[in-house]
Design a protein around this ligand. Structure first.
Ligand code: HEM
Length: 133
C-alpha cells in the first residue's frame, strides 16, 4: 500500500491543503506572495503535487510538467521567517487532517526538509555586499 492509500487517498490531501491555506490566508507575510485571484488554483496545485509525491495519481505533472519546486519558488522571497511560518501553518494543518501516528512522523519530516530546501534568501548570508564596502 502506498502512503497515499494508507492515509485515505485524495480526501486526506484535500483536508490538509484546505486547512493549510486557511492559515496562509491569515498570514500577512505569506499571503501577499500568493495569487490573490486564484485561491482555488493554488489549492489545486499543492494538492495535486502532494498526492502525486506520496504515490497517488500523476495529474499534477500531466498538467504542470516536472515539479522543479526550487525553480518555481525562485520569484518568492523565502527567507527563514517565511519558511517557519509556512511550516507553522503546515504543521497545524497536519493536526487537522489527522494521519495515523507513524505516517504523521514521516509526513512532518518530509515537510520540514522540503521547506528548508525552499529557502532562497537569507539576510544573514548576503551574496551582494553593501555598496559602501
Ligand atoms: C518554505 C516556504 C514556502 C513558501 C513561502 C511557498 C510559497 C509558494 C507560493 C507563493 C506559491 C505560488 C502559488 C501558486 O500559484 O501555486 C507556491 C507554489 C507551490 N508550492 Fe510552495 N512555498 C513554500 C514551500 C513549499 C514546499 C515545502 C512545497 C512542497 C512540499 C511547496 C509546494 C508548492 C507547489 C507544488 C506549488 C505549485 C507549483 C506550480 O505548479 O506552479 N511549497 N508556493
Amino acid at each position: 500500500m502506498t502512503f497515499y492509500e494508507q492515509v485515505g487517498g485524495r480526501a486526506f490531501f484535500e483536508r490538509l491543503v484546505d486547512a493549510f491555506y486557511e492559515g496562509v490566508w491569515t498570514d500577512e507575510l505569506l499571503r501577499p506572495m500568493y495569487p490573490q485571484d486564484d485561491y482555488d488554483g493554488a489549492k489545486e496545485r499543492l494538492t495535486g503535487f502532494l498526492e502525486q509525491y506520496w504515490g497517488g495519481p500523476g495529474t499534477y505533472s500531466q498538467e504542470r510538467g516536472h515539479p522543479r519546486l526550487r525553480m518555481r519558488h525562485a520569484p518568492f522571497p523565502i527567507g527563514p521567517e517565511a519558511r517557519d511560518r509556512w511550516l507553522h501553518h503546515m504543521r497545524a494543518a497536519v493536526d487537522v487532517a489527522g494521519p495515523p501516528p507513524l505516517l504523521r512522523e514521516e509526513l512532518l519530516d518530509y515537510l520540514d526538509r522540503a521547506a528548508h530546501a525552499m529557502v532562497n534568501r537569507n539576510p544573514a548570508f548576503r551574496a551582494d555586499p553593501p555598496a559602501t564596502l
